[in-house]
Design a binder for this molecule. Structure first.
Ligand SMILES: NC(=O)c1ccc[n+]([C@@H]2O[C@H](COP(=O)([O-])OP(=O)(O)OC[C@H]3O[C@@H](n4cnc5c(N)ncnc54)[C@H](OP(=O)(O)O)[C@@H]3O)[C@@H](O)[C@H]2O)c1
Length: 244
């Protein structure tokens, strides 16, 4: 689908990547962007009238339903909201409440938003979902294993939605970046891909009908290695253990 003229809704719009999606959509000619955030007053409104802040907590089904009832002209949903909260592993000092919240936001939140907006997209000629996952949906680093699990669940959701919504003409894209240069990964080592590059590759995938995209050198390399030698990738990632 074309971005020019599209009406988009971006979740997590006040975050590092969310802001970049808004700017990229505006630059590509989107007619309107609903900037969805738990605190809509925290969204940067760079183009009043074209950027419309809207309240949305992706874990709250009533909040999601309210947003879908207001934003009835949406043709493109970018499921970008996400959290990484547990760096303690599954056994060693794991924080189960944090791990549960990762599932609530990254998996169930993406599900609730997709379910609420699928009829909206259908009514507007099909449109598209772009679900922001992570290369960690495909490879597991033990230090951040619970986040990997939530993104792997969201990848299964994304691939199922792609098949389920094909009949209504809705495109469903998985975005699987490596480490992105945002506050979420401020303590991570390089290499990091820029938010602008992730946003640009996402919009290109939507326009060109590419179903899965791997922004950044780290993600594209891992995706290639997974095809040629998956066990070597597992061994490499297994060295990233929790410290306590
Ligand atoms: N940074 C990385 O290295 C990296 C790598 C691969 C993939 N990703 C993914 O990229 C996406 C964007 O992350 P980011 O790097 O831009 O991080 P970020 O700056 O921390 O942004 C995360 C966004 O998610 C929102 N959010 C959290 N819980 C929410 C909820 N219950 N309902 C609605 N919004 C909620 C946050 O809003 P609040 O201000 O209300 O908390 C914030 O806007 C995430 O899905 C993340 O998993 C990030």
């Amino acid at each position: 689908m074309k971005i020019a003229g599209a009406v988009s809704l971006v979740t997590g719009a006040n975050g590092g990547l969310g802001q970049a999606y808004i700017e990229a959509l505006l630059a590509a000619g989107a007619a309107k962007v609903y900037a969805a955030a738990r605190r809509p007053d925290s969204v940067v409104v760079s183009a009043p009238g074209r950027v419309v802040p809207i309240a949305l907590d992706v874990t709250d089904e009533r909040s999601v339903a309210a947003a879908a009832a207001v934003a009835t002209d949406v043709t493109l949903v970018i499921n970008n909201a996400g959290v990484a909260l547990n760096y303690g592993g599954f056994v060693t000092a794991g924080n189960t409440a944090a791990a549960r919240q990762e599932m609530e936001v990254n998996y169930f939140g993406t599900w609730w938003v997709s379910r609420a907006f699928a009829p909206v997209l259908k009514a507007n000629s099909g449109g598209a979902f772009a679900n922001v996952l992570s290369i960690l949906a495909l490879v597991t680093a033990p230090i951040i294993g619970t986040y990997s699990a939530s993104k792997a669940a969201a990848l299964a959701l994304t691939r199922s939605l792609r098949a389920e919504l094909a009949a209504q003409g809705t495109q469903v894209i998985a975005v699987l970046p490596g480490t992105i240069d945002t506050p979420m990964s401020k303590d991570y080592p390089d290499p990091k891909v820029s938010v602008a590059e992730v946003a640009a590759l996402t919009l290109r995938a939507i326009e060109e009908g590419i179903s899965e995209v791997y922004p950044g050198e780290q993600a594209s390399r891992l995706a290639e290695q997974l095809l040629s030698d998956p066990k070597a990738v597992e061994k490499q990632m297994s060295s990233l253990l929790p410290t306590a």
